[in-house]
Design a protein around this ligand. Structure first.
Ligand SMILES: [Mn+2]
Length: 329
């Protein structure tokens, strides 16, 4: 009996010693690479951030697989205080950063399925999903993953992007980033509202006209033409907001912004939106709609420049504030 007690004592001493050593090591290795540099336990977090380091079907510049890690690293330089909102957004919307999804580069369909299953678990835990891509082909997986909690027949999607991504398939796959929004349209019953568009192929233009989608396309050059005093026309913002249903998912392809602000993206189209245009739109959407989640995709780091990933990190924080920290002061 005594021997048994002695063994028990020895074992517990050994384990607590180990725990201490582990904690010491963690401190020595510095902060983990997590969004904003703070890891909130899943139980206490309001949002779960899923990094999806996937590129497989991107057609021109490659490297979006390095996007999530670069954005998370850049986010550690952000201030918690949001000047415009007058508050610490992270305090209201604490985030837990999940490990990078183990994507399958050679199998786009499998990757989309993996994303779906991860997002399904996030919303089943009643957390907001934030997904960092990775290429745009992951978005249909995110939308499918929402269906265990939200009625997709009522879901609208706001897409900020240079491209419509409405090809039925591209280079032999229906899971290409060039077909991402066609897949999304197949999944949702609400509107797909596309903003900042300035590049499409003839098949897409024809599809947009014949399907009636064109009324929900807000071309970049028209937004420019309507500008007043350098600012996006409030009527344009109103049109964008009013064409969305009450339940909204936001997919933000970073190439929606002008490449002078974000050079690090696979297909940098000139004539893009300004930061202020995007903020005006996202702020208005957050005020009027229930936003269930968002993604930021197609960030391709271009070292030694860090501007693209920093802009993406700030964009994620602004969206958290606009969508979810809006009701409390
Ligand atoms: Mn795009």
């Amino acid at each position: 009996m005594l021997l048994f007690l002695y063994l028990l004592f020895f074992l517990s001493e050994f384990m607590s010693n180990h725990l201490e050593l582990e904690q010491d090591l963690e401190r020595l290795s510095g902060p983990k690479k997590v969004f904003m540099g703070i890891q909130i336990p899943i139980k206490e977090a309001k949002a779960l951030l899923l990094p999806v380091p996937y590129d497989s079907t991107t057609s021109y510049g490659v490297g979006t697989r390095f996007g999530p890690n670069a954005i998370i690293e850049a986010s550690m330089q952000l201030e918690f205080y949001d000047i415009e909102l007058g508050k610490d957004v992270f305090e209201e919307i604490p985030v837990h950063t999940l490990d990078e999804l183990a994507v399958n580069k050679g199998d786009p369909a499998r990757t989309v399925h993996l994303v779906e299953s991860a997002v399904d678990k996030i919303v089943s835990l009643n957390k907001y999903p934030i997904v960092l891509g990775g290429e745009h082909s992951i978005t249909p997986g995110i939308i499918s993953g929402l269906k265990s909690k939200y009625d997709l027949s009522k879901l609208s999607v706001l897409q900020i992007d240079a491209h419509t991504d409405l090809r039925d398939s591209y280079e032999g796959t229906k899971n290409s980033h060039a077909s991402a929004m066609k897949r999304v349209k197949d999944l949702i019953g609400g509107s797909l509202v596309q903003v900042g568009i300035r590049s499409m192929c003839q098949e897409e233009a024809q599809y947009a006209k014949e399907s009636g989608q064109e009324k929900n396309i807000h071309y970049a050059h028209k937004i420019y033409a309507n500008k007043k005093g350098g600012k996006i026309d409030p009527d344009d913002v109103k049109k964008i907001v009013s064409s969305l249903g009450d339940l909204v998912f936001v997919t933000f392809d970073i190439d929606g912004l002008d490449p002078s602000i974000v050079p690090g993206t696979g297909t940098p189209e000139p004539g893009g939106l300004t930061w202020e245009d995007c903020m005006a739109i996202l702020h208005a959407v957050g005020e009027k709609k229930a936003v269930v989640g968002f993604d930021i995709v197609e960030v391709t780091p271009t070292p030694p420049l860090k501007v693209s990933e920093f802009v993406a990190a700030k964009l994620a924080y602004k969206m958290m504030g606009y969508f979810w920290a809006k009701n409390k002061k």
